[in-house]
Design a binder for this molecule. Sequence first.
Ligand SMILES: [Zn+2]
Length: 468
Amino acid sequence: MKKVGIDPGHGGHDPGAIGPGGTYEKDLTLPVALKLADLLKANGFKTVLTRQTDQYVSLNERTGILNNTNCDLAISIHCNASGMPDPDYIATFIIAKGGHAQELAIFVQRHLVKTTGWEDGGVRVGNFHMVRETDMPAVLPELGFITNPKQEQWLKEPENQYKLAKAIARGICDYYAMEFKEPKGEDNNMFKDVMKDRWSYRDIMAMAKLKILQGYPDGTFKPEQPVTREELAAALNRIFGMTNEDFVEIIDTILPKVVQIENDGHGLGSGVLIHPDGYIITNCHVVSNNFAEWQEAQAEDKDLELEFPSMVGMRSEFNVFEGANYAMGPVLYYDEYKDLAVVKPQLGESNYKYPAMEIVKENPGRAEKVIAIGSPLGLIGSVAEGVISAVRKSRERTLLQTEAEINPGNSGGALVNLKGQLVGVNVQKYIGVAVEGLNFAVSAETVRKFIQEGIDAGKLPDKLKTIL
Ligand SMILES: [Zn+2]
């Protein structure tokens, strides 16, 4: 395996050349070098860096590191500087004409010119310490003029730094007659400046996937950039808070799909619109006439047949009932054991479409984040957040146990995931579960099964198949 020594010029108290915009050369050479190391490793090279942070390393120490580690090649990365703003070529330096260094320099220079589109300064001879005191073929690309305002601006962009690193890596691959492979795969493409072998790779990917820390529009993450106080506040709020934008967005889309259900027999519960034609899923006990007796029977572990009112009332703050906020409708189908029922507002014949919640296809896993939403104690649109703490399966139904607090009026409401999909129908207390302080929902899987049974029984229309 070939070993490439990479030397990011300057560092620490030695800023190198300084651009008119205040850019330090040492701050351009390091990111290019780190990206180059990542790219070379992805192409099967070993790499040695003379510095990996903003630290001062003397020239003798640098060549010492490269010589002692027996590198096969050395690349010392610098930017050019001039007293005049105009020079704008790009050039690669070697100690003398001929030999392996010149071969390498020609390949590297060719790709640098192609990438930048800048004037080709060619391969030049320069008596620099890094190409003179190194035991292996060594080249020193001067990546344009930091003193040229245009080039300074271009060099500052992490995207361009990545391009430069890629150009040098391509040159090295050409030198060895190897094909350069750009690291691929979903993970590598997530941020072009975060490669798989970075020590923090897994942490960065995890935070990015959870949208706790995000990248920049140019596709970079800038892993070494310090965090500002406001970024920290935003990240912490995303972890601990319920006020982040995504969350608010989900809630906004869910709320109109959750309605309050009232009947004369007892108080209030919730229901979830699951089909654009207005079909609403809720708990069976929510639409029963004898809810209080049913509760007593549950406590004593007795059976009690539920009685149903002919019509139940449905209320929404979002005027989802053809522009109104109240409608009446019949219970179409129910199952006392699964504690599920379907009701439908009875309105005029029309093409009116309701906002409907999608029923999730896969069962949620343990620890998946969920939101319980309903109208507890008559407060429409109350929201509680938690995680799935257990999935309890039995032959007839699957219950999801959740940390999200489910209050009386939440019964029949939605347990949704962070995509806004229905993962369960909330039940305040469940049949046969005599433990206080636990919250349950009937899983989406059971909801689908229940709806299919309703269709098979001829109580629910065939068109509901489309939501299963
Ligand atoms: Zn320099």
